[in-house]
Design a protein around this ligand. Structure first.
Ligand code: COA
Length: 259
């Protein structure tokens, strides 16, 4: 179905694998187009409850935007490339009502680091390496990297990584708060799927509201607190809230329906 991606739906979890291992899964136009379409599938297919994005092979998650496509671009071409990517892929991932996790299995550089950061959270293998090396190319990040890196690790550390183009390894990325867990590569997908299964056991409407609220906090949205109050109230109108609180009182496990 896709030329540059592999997708596999299992137990309500869609694994999206960027599949250009000979180019270290670099994001060319086709990948951006297909990744956006795959995210649309996550939005629209009710069988999909959670998603994981990862890269093919054992070396790279994504080694950046495809630099070979940059050489022919002028200023407006560059701007529309960034705009299309942000709208069609990165913002759509961030605002996805269902959890999208990055399983970073190697290099996550430039657009790869930005892709991982657009996901709701990140787990990584021990060989993962993160960085925003755009200044090496006379560029800056264009897929949200300056914004999300600053949100995730704070201004001082973000400025240093953006200016030096230094890579950080998985342990350093964990220390910075860029990734939540680091596992051996062989365990990465198993562990990432386990987290997805755990989340799938929770109330889906509440999960969506958590995503929206936390995104607003990260963006410094002025309405974050007010929207939390509103959404908290909305939860009381769901069957799942009756089920969750009822099950607690009855000392049994809640079974949520997403209603
Ligand atoms: N765009 C296009 N092609 C890329 C790429 C990118 N971002 N990253 C890697 N590739 C290609 C290489 O050109 C090479 O292709 P080839 O075999 O046809 O020559 C192939 O992927 C393997 O990469 P190579 O550089 O040979 O691997 P390496 O192990 O020596 O180095 C990296 C790995 C990640 C350090 C190196 O590939 C690199 O610096 N990539 C660019 C990172 C970057 O600047 N990203 C930000 C882009 S805005």
């Amino acid at each position: 179905m896709y030329q540059t991606l592999l997708t596999e739906l299992q137990d309500g979890n869609l694994v999206i694998t960027i599949n250009r291992p000979d180019k270290l899964n670099a994001l060319n136009k086709d990948v951006i187009q297909e990744l956006g379409n795959a995210i649309d599938e996550v939005y629209n297919n009710s069988e999909i409850k959670t998603a994981i994005i990862t890269g093919a092979g054992e070396k790279a998650f994504v080694a950046g935007a495809d630099i070979s496509e940059f050489t022919s671009l002028d200023a407006s071409g560059g701007e529309s490339l960034a705009k299309k990517g942000q709208e069609h892929v990165f913002d759509k991932i961030e605002n996805c009502p269902k959890p999208v996790i990055a399983a970073v299995n190697g290099f996550a550089l430039g657009g790869g680091c930005e892709l991982a950061m657009a996901c709701h959270f990140r787990v990584a293998s021990e060989n993962a390496k993160f960085g925003q090396p755009e200044v090496n190319l006379g560029l800056i990040p264009g897929y949200g990297g300056t914004q999300r890196l600053t949100q995730l690790i704070g201004k001082g550390k973000a400025m240093e990584l953006l200016m030096t183009a230094d890579m950080v390894n998985a342990a350093e990325a964990k220390e910075l708060g860029l990734v939540n867990h680091v596992w051996p590569l062989a365990d990465l997908m198993v562990k990432a799927r386990e987290i997805c299964q755990k989340i799938q056991g929770k109330a889906p409407i509440a999960i969506t509201k958590v995503i929206y609220c936390a995104n607003e906090a990260a963006r410094g949205d002025a309405d974050g607190f007010a929207n939390e109050i509103k959404r908290f109230g909305e939860c009381f109108a769901t069957e799942d809230m009756r089920e969750g609180t009822g099950a607690f009182v009855e000392k049994r496990k809640a079974v949520f329906k997403g209603k």
